[in-house]
Design a protein around this ligand. Structure first.
Ligand code: ADP
Ligand code: MG
Length: 249
């Protein structure tokens, strides 16, 4: 029997500690710490301009923090001295403007995220497309697909390198309401089935309530409250937080 002090808590897929970033003397990210646990969806929720995308870009490695550390599966991938490049971080990305390559087929788009020999790739891509229920579209081009189908291909592409953590920056905001509901559910189902941990950025409280296991409420570069969606909804930290959630029906 392991002793209680030997029983370690599960390791977070992603942990960031005290991340800071300023632009022109303004602290846009002002000491953000977060953990995302295996199989969980954590939502970074906050109004436009509060520093969500900057935080995500730093985690992805396309921007650099002024201070703070980033760990993936317990491994340090970035502090102010060491810096693992984006492709070495085991991080998947789905951004709103992270569109498919229009001149490449679905096969080529998804294969873009794969390593290995060319002949093996079609089989792997087919497997990935089955997960998003789009195997039939393997030889199509993006313009032949609906917006929702394109989104599902983007999800398959992001899953291709089997990332430990998926970062999603308002990936559904360009879609119409009906499609949004459908694609949110599909995305969540696929990611949960894969066991991929997710950090989802959104400014929409209802999206966070619907998708998150954990919400981190962000404001002016800081996390002001963190917890299970219904706890945050039922006991907002202050009036501003309550107002922010008041639109949900
Ligand atoms: P959010 O994603 O929450 O809407 P962002 O992280 O995109 O917020 O931006 C937070 C603030 O930082 C905004 O005021 C934005 O204008 C500013 N900002 C972001 N990136 C830069 C940059 N590269 N240079 C200067 N200001 C920036
Ligand atoms: Mg943003």
């Amino acid at each position: 029997m392991p002793q209680p002090d030997q029983v370690s808590a599960p390791q977070p897929r992603l942990e960031i500690r005290d991340i800071r970033r300023s632009f022109g003397g303004r602290d846009v990210v002002d000491g953000v710490s977060l953990r995302v646990m295996p199989g969980q969806v954590t939502c970074l929720l906050g109004p436009s301009g509060c520093g969500k995308s900057t935080t995500l870009r730093i985690i992805a490695g396309v921007d650099m923090q002024d201070a703070g550390e980033i760990y993936v599966d317990g491994q340090l991938v970035c502090d102010t001295i060491h810096r693992v490049p984006p492709e070495g971080r085991s991080i998947g990305l789905m951004f709103q403007d992270f569109a498919l390559f229009p001149h490449l087929s679905v096969l080529q788009n998804v294969a873009f995220g794969l390593t290995g020999r060319k002949g093996e790739k079609r089989g792997k891509v087919l497997e990935l497309l089955k997960k998003v229920d789009l195997a039939r579209a393997i030889d199509s081009f993006p313009h032949e697909l609906s917006g929702g189908e394109q989104q599902r291909v983007a999800l398959a592409r992001a899953l291709a390198p089997k990332p430990s953590i998926m970062l999603m920056d308002e990936p559904f905001s360009g879609l119409d309401e009906r499609l949004k509901d459908e694609i949110r559910d599909t995305t969540l189902d696929v990611l949960k089935a894969e066991g991929t941990a997710v950090l989802l950025v959104t400014h929409e409280p209802d999206e966070a309530m619907r998708m998150a296991d954990e919400i981190a409420l962000m404001r002016d570069g800081r996390i002001v409250q963190q917890g299970a969606p219904y706890n945050i909804y039922n006991a907002p930290v202050d009036k501003r937080a309550a107002m922010f959630f008041s639109d949900i029906n």
